[in-house]
Every structure is written in C-alpha cells, then in structure tokens.
Design a protein around this ligand. Structure first.
Ligand SMILES: [Mg+2]
Length: 280
C-alpha cells in the first residue's frame, strides 16, 4: 500500500489538480481539506495546477476557500488562463487584437492592459485567437464566426492568426456515461478547416496540462526539481508530469479508475485511493 505521508516526505514540492482531487461539483472531496491543512502546517511547498481559464488565479483561490480548501494565497494557483495571459504580455506585441473562445469571464483573465481583448463575433479582425473553454458560449455560431475571421485575415494580410490553446484535451468524461468535447478539439477543427480553405495550418501554442509550460511555471515559482503531481486524469495530470520527468500520482477520487490505469498507455508512478493522511 502506498503511504501518502511518505510520498509527500520524499518530494520537495507538491502539485495538485483541482477538480476530482480537491473539489467536485458538490464541494470539497473527502479528506482534501485536511490534506491541504497538513501541507500548510508542515510548511510543505505546493501549487495548484489547473486548466481552468474562466477565472483569475485570485478567483480560483477564493472558490477553493469557499469550498473549505484552506489554500494559503492566490500565488499558489497556476492556471492555464494565467499562462496564456502571461504569454500575451511577454511575447505578443502591444496593440495586437486578441479574440477568445470561452465564457465572457475569460476577458478579465486575459486582460493585459495593452491588448484589445474581444469575444469572437465582436470583431472582423484579430491577430491572436485564444481557445480557452468548451462551454459558456453558443458553440457552433462562435466557432464559425472565428473560422470566417481567420479566413478573412489570411485573404487580407496573407497571415493566419496565432492560436493559443489553453487545454489540449480533445474529449473528456463528464460523468459515469457521458462525454464532452474539450477545447483541444478546436485546434484540430481549425487546422483541418484552414488547410482546406486557405491551404495553410495555423501556428498553435499549447499551455495547460499536459503541456510542459505549466510544469515549467511550477518549477520556476518553486525553484525545485523534486516535484510530485497528484491528479485524477491520466491524459492531462499524469501524462504531463511523466513527460516533464517528475513523479506522478493518480488519485482515484475523480475521472480515472484502477481499470483505466490497466488499459491506458500512460502509467502513473503511484495510485492512491484518496488524500487521507494519518496522524492528523
Ligand atoms: Mg481533475
């Protein structure tokens, strides 16, 4: 049996996913509040790694606190949305127009102060298209408006907008027997459609798990190579950690089960039932 305390002790910094690990739709997952309190009391460095894009890091911090997870500060949160925002700030020329696909709350997440941030359909030109979320907008109309604008931009300027992809997950289980398209599928859709319509693929940069960028940001903030990712999804949390060369632990309180582990190509270093920790 894997002893969670020993795993925690063997690693310098912990990285924790949110949904399926700390909270679910009904609130805190059993043992998660006590586990985070244990990390706080033992002064263990940890970060929250999430592909959430529709909320700021402060908003995510407040949501976790409201759900009983005693997170110490918003600086503990690393979100895919904030990485996209940092990329805009650092690598995209000021004044470039940025359109996004996702709920309206994404606008505040992307805000840099130097780039016009617009929803698809509000503009007939953009330099960058941020693919952030798969819900919170009229799906077909929004994607078709964005595709039309990409084609128009190419015809007028000879260039396609840069695509920033927050979450490369193409499909995910939403419940026991229910599945959803993830925003990762949008990059494939734009690539296929634009190859057909203008004969060229757009440049796509990925940010959320399993992308290295998120783990690299955790390493930058912690200054630590001895990290362990605890997540509930093989395709994002575990694959990303394995690719980055850090320890991965799958917790069985979310999407993936022991049966998935035996069937999947991605193997976690450890499987733990939950975040129960003895001695507290
Ligand atoms: Mg999760």
């Amino acid at each position: 049996m894997v002893i969670l305390e020993r795993l925690v002790g063997d690693h310098g910094t912990l990285l924790l996913d949110i949904m399926g690990v700390l909270i679910d739709k009904s609130g805190a997952i059993e043992h998660a509040p006590q586990f985070v309190e244990y990390l706080n009391e033992s002064k263990k460095p940890y970060f929250i790694l999430t592909n959430i894009c529709g909320d700021t890091e402060t908003g995510i911090y407040e949501r976790l606190r409201r759900n009983g997870i005693p997170l110490l500060s918003p600086e503990r949160v690393i979100s895919a949305g904030s990485l996209v925002q940092a990329y805009l700030r650092d690598a995209v020329p000021a004044g470039a127009t940025v359109a996004f696909i996702g709920p309206q709350t994404c606008r505040a997440v992307l805000e840099t102060g130097t780039h016009p941030i617009v929803a698809c359909g509000e503009t007939d030109f953009f330099d960058v298209l941020a693919l952030l979320d798969d819900e919170g907008f009229p799906f077909r109309e929004t994607l078709e408006a964005a595709l039309t604008t990409c084609v128009r931009c190419f015809r007028e300027s000879g260039r396609l907008p840069l695509l920033l992809l927050a979450n490369s997950d193409r499909a995910y289980p939403r419940g026991a027997d229910s599945y959803a398209f993830g925003s990762g599928i949008f990059a494939t859709m734009f690539d296929e459609a634009l190859k057909k319509l203008v004969g060229k693929s757009p440049e796509v940069i990925s940010f959320g798990k399993p992308s290295d960028r998120m783990f690299a940001e955790a390493k930058r903030r912690s200054g630590d190579s001895s990290m362990m990712m605890i997540g509930d999804q093989l395709a994002t949390d575990i694959l990303g950690a394995n690719n980055f060369g850090i320890t991965s632990a799958l917790v069985l309180t979310g999407i993936n089960s022991r049966q998935h582990v035996t069937q999947a190509a991605t193997a976690p270093n450890y499987v733990i039932d939950n975040l129960y920790i003895t001695g507290i």
